[in-house]
Design a protein around this ligand. Structure first.
Ligand code: SF4
Length: 382
């Protein structure tokens, strides 16, 4: 009998930026010249070819280039990437093939290059559409940059996504007006709205007061709802049918392969997570990930936490199949009374999910279920 298809995504981390943004906590460096990027790109493509050779045809559903700023890589990297896919018998058009890009790095030429490589989804780090906010964030793009690059990006790519940051800084912002301006310029199909978390650095910009962040989140939600976007995950909105295939792999407990310095991967069947150290030089020398076999209780928590972030919630049959236990049976009377009886969460025959109201209390709901999981595991230990 043929084994079932294992939907798999590949994430490639490109840890290079032209300059560091004030709010950023991702692993990335600003290289002094292009030779480091070229050596890194070569290693990434070699490693990608090895991973593709190990995979069964049809398993790969997504390739995602994140960073850092993948848009700063030389054209030869993209050409080699496209060739590696085709040499492995993979037609890029058959995948969701995403590249993250900083609008300040883009030009008509780079958009053409991505399209020729087979990229079919462009994810732009827009972050704000207010020049003072963009300057406070340390972004190189301004409204003038966005005005120049978003319309041709919209024209070139059938699937366009914007990242937006809210809850940032002390300056009042009109998020609805910023979004209206962006949508008039070039309406995306997908939008990720992240609440700013201040990195542990003295010089990092401040967060907005809590009620301001909530008001901004609500303004984003109201605006996107009028544009027929659906909130399919706590921070992610999309036109129906244009939800990110790649992001869904993370939340649905599917397999993903990480490639590059700082990238991590997950093998759900073995409960193994691995991560490459945050070192460009080490990855170029010899990619050697740190592998961790996760304890059962951690896996149960992660499965639940990730799925609860989505509109669909936790798939009960998959939970039972994976852990040999029914999630509803784990729920204590206290959790049921606090969240199910009050309408913050709903339990059907197939799913446990947070309601719209419950999404605002997701951390409390998740913590209560974690306690129930811990109690169950303790009571059934040995
Ligand atoms: S471009 Fe992106 S990865 Fe680079 S510093 Fe800015 S936010 Fe961080």
């Amino acid at each position: 009998m043929r084994a079932a298809r294992v939907a798999t995504g590949i994430y490639i981390h490109v840890p290079f930026c032209v300059s560091r943004c004030a709010y950023c906590d991702f692993f990335s460096t600003v290289p002094e010249d292009d030779s480091l990027k070229a050596a890194y790109g070569d290693r990434v493509v070699t490693h990608l070819s090895l991973e593709l050779a190990r995979m069964r045809a049809g398993d790969l559903v997504s390739l995602y280039l994140g960073g850092g700023s993948p848009s700063t890589m030389p054209p030869s990297f993209f050409t080699a990437l496209g060739a590696a896919l085709r040499n492995a018998g993979i037609e890029p058009a058959a995948l969701e093939f995403t590249v993250e890009a900083n609008p300040a790095d883009l030009s008509a030429r780079s958009l053409d290059l991505f399209a020729a490589t087979g990229v079919n989804r462009l994810s732009l780090g827009v972050q704000a559409a207010d020049d003072a906010v963009l300057a406070a964030m340390g972004r190189r793009a301004t409204r003038a940059t966005l005005k120049k690059i978003l319309p041709p990006a919209r024209e070139k790519f059938g699937d366009l996504s914007y990242d937006i940051i809210y809850g940032f800084g002390k300056r009042p912002r009109d998020l609805a007006a910023e979004l209206a301006w962006l949508f008039d310029l070039a309406a995306p199909d997908h939008l990720s709205a992240y609440c700013y978390t201040r990195p542990h650095r003295r010089a990092a910009p401040p967060i907005a007061p809590e009620d301001t962040a909530i008001e901004e989140e609500e303004a984003i939600a109201r605006f996107l709802t009028t544009r027929r976007f659906r909130r399919y995950e706590v921070s992610n909105w999309a036109q129906r049918g244009l939800e990110s295939v790649h992001n869904r792999l993370y939340w649905s407990w599917d397999r993903y392969i990480g490639i590059g310095a700082g990238a991590h991967g997950f093998e759900p069947r073995e409960g193994i997570r691995y991560r490459y150290p945050d070192s460009v030089a080490a990855f170029i020398r010899r990619p050697a990930p740190v592998v961790e076999r996760l304890p059962r209780e951690t896996l149960m928590r992660e499965f639940t936490m990730l799925a609860l972030r989505t509109a669909e919630g936790v798939p009960l049959a998959k939970f039972s199949r994976t852990f040999g236990i029914s999630l509803p049976k784990l729920l204590s009377p206290v959790t049921r009374a606090r969240f199910l009886d009050t309408g913050f969460a709903r339990l059907s025959a197939t799913r446990l999910r947070a309601t719209n109201r419950g999404l605002s209390f997701l951390n409390t709901l998740t913590a209560a279920i974690f306690d129930d999981i811990e109690r169950h595991e303790r009571d059934h230990a040995g």
